[in-house]
Ligand binder design. Structure first.
Ligand code: SF4
Ligand code: SF4
Length: 243
């Protein structure tokens, strides 16, 4: 068997395995075009990986739909639990997939679903969204989240970085169009409404400190979870529910 066939087989096996662990979205990104961005965010070690295996878990619609009332304690508490459960499922899937990649003789580096660096920039060591976007799982919307064709932004993501030269996917076009629902609904107006542009910093589209401040202000009443309105409102996630 040639190298290409071996790698195709490995990719197929990894997808089947990831799906058996509860993963709904699976793709491979070529990180080469984002190398400088990745290294600037997470350092040279992380920046040295050439591929990202991107995995997503779909959230539960009825729980997300409750966020229309983001002042409701039951709605927010249930959402917080869902968020945490999705992250746990992803972290386990990332660990298991990373071990499989390692067993196949390649480097593997699992990046947890949610791990903020304590550096004041309100970001993690690696952008799961960038990997998922490059893998073709969705586009980056005006809400600065990955928006998938099937589930909108109602997904959580994790990544396994590797040097295995797996066949990457292709990016999807941005389908936000003229929609501004997420921009309009945000209670602290954290989004500028500018479409995603990889050459611009996140600040051109999103003031993360506004969202963070709003979450902190609600912490005593609702716990450590954001209001989720920009997830709830996106028509690409709600379309199957007739909203
Ligand atoms: S989670 Fe809420 S406060 Fe934060 S950006 Fe989204 S809508 Fe705005
Ligand atoms: S709500 Fe509209 S503008 Fe915002 S991410 Fe979804 S499609 Fe794009």
């Amino acid at each position: 068997m040639g190298l290409c066939e071996e790698l195709d087989m490995l990719k197929g096996e990894l997808e089947v395995y990831a799906r058996s662990l509860g993963v709904d979205l699976f793709g491979v990104a070529d990180l080469t075009p984002a190398r400088d961005f990745v290294a600037a965010q997470g350092g040279q070690h992380i920046g040295g990986f050439t591929r990202a295996i991107s995995m997503g878990v779909r959230l539960v619609d009825d729980v997300v739909d409750q966020l229309r009332d983001h002042q409701d304690l039951v709605a927010i508490s249930t959402y917080r639990g869902l968020y945490s459960a999705a992250n746990s499922a992803l972290d386990r899937a990332a660990l298991m997939v990373a071990k499989r990649v390692q067993e196949a003789g390649h480097r593997a580096y699992s990046v947890p679903a949610s791990s903020m660096l304590n550096n004041g920039r309100l970001e993690g060591a690696f952008s799961h969204k960038v990997a998922a976007n490059l893998a073709g799982l969705g586009w980056i919307g005006k809400n600065c989240l990955l928006v998938t064709p099937g589930y909108g932004p109602r997904v959580r993501l994790a990544t396994v970085l590797t040097d295995a030269p797996l066949e990457p996917g292709s990016q999807l076009p941005n389908r936000c169009g003229d929609c501004t629902r997420c921009v309009d609904i945000c209670p602290v107006k954290a989004f500028t409404g500018a479409p995603f542009d990889a050459s611009e910093p996140r600040d051109a589209r999103f003031t993360a400190s506004l969202c963070d401040g709003y979450t902190e202000g609600r912490m005593k009443a609702f716990g450590d979870v954001n209001c989720g309105l920009c997830v709830y409102v996106c028509p690409h996630g709600a379309k199957k529910r007739g909203k």
